[in-house]
Design a protein around this ligand. Structure first.
Ligand code: HEC
Length: 133
């Protein structure tokens, strides 16, 4: 009996959960009601960096998911554009129109690729033997 009830519960959760809890609307957030408080260059509500286009990014890019997906990522212009295209093709992201340029500029300015390549050799010209130290 218990098994049957839990089976029904699991079934219910799986089948109806996402639909019932679905609150995402397919449009940008209304940013006028979102606090624009900035502390130490960071927008308090979202954790995004202060910069030109911030509120536009908040409106368009935090409607479906946390801003952490942005702050954890670092990409160049092509990669940010490709990510946006991917969300448009697969995740119902709307057409950003002229806003896309402002948004992508914000993203590449504040979340660019970090060069993790090997650093340049130090310009050492004097060499010494370790044993001599
Ligand atoms: C219509 C909903 C929606 C909107 C609006 C949206 N996204 Fe997404 N985005 C998604 C979904 C869904 C995922 C996949 C989430 C996951 O994997 O958990 C995602 C994933 C991402 C990722 C991670 C991609 C990866 O390869 O892991 C980034 C970065 C991202 N979004 C950035 C943005 C930016 C920037 C904007 C604003 C232009 C934006 N999102 C707006 C739905 C949206």
């Amino acid at each position: 009996m218990c098994l049957l009830i839990s089976a029904v519960l699991i079934f219910n959760v799986n089948c109806n959960g996402p639909e019932k809890n679905r609150t995402i609307e397919n449009k940008p957030l209304e940013t006028s009601s979102i606090s624009s408080d900035i502390v130490d260059g960071i927008h308090v509500r979202t954790g995004l960096k202060e910069g030109e286009g911030l509120m536009m990014v908040i409106g368009h890019c935090t409607a479906c998911h946390s801003a952490q997906l942005i702050t954890q990522n670092r990409m160049n212009k092509e990669q940010w554009n490709a990510t946006i295209r991917w969300m448009q093709e697969t995740q119902n992201l709307w057409d950003l129109g002229e806003n896309q340029e402002v948004i992508v500029n914000y993203l590449v300015t504040n979340y660019p690729v970090i060069d993790t390549g090997r650093r340049e050799n130090l310009p050492t010209t004097e060499w010494y033997r370790l044993e001599d130290q």
